[in-house]
Design a protein around this ligand. Sequence first.
Ligand code: ZN
Length: 73
Amino acid sequence: MAANPENVSTVEAWAELLACPACHEAVRAEGERVVCAACGRAYPVVDGIPVLIVERAELTPVIEGQHDQRGEA
Ligand SMILES: [Zn+2]
């Protein structure tokens, strides 16, 4: 996939290209964060670039139902 810099200049565009490192599901932009709807993790966006690091993720209350807690501190 050829990434046009203009297409990845917004967090929304980034989110379409990225996957959650914890569960490998798609993520979506939500304000200043990138949120995984599958596991509920919210990743920070630093200087316009999503930081998809599990340790940096914030767990959102969205998480109910099936989820596994692997790798949680
Ligand atoms: Zn996830």
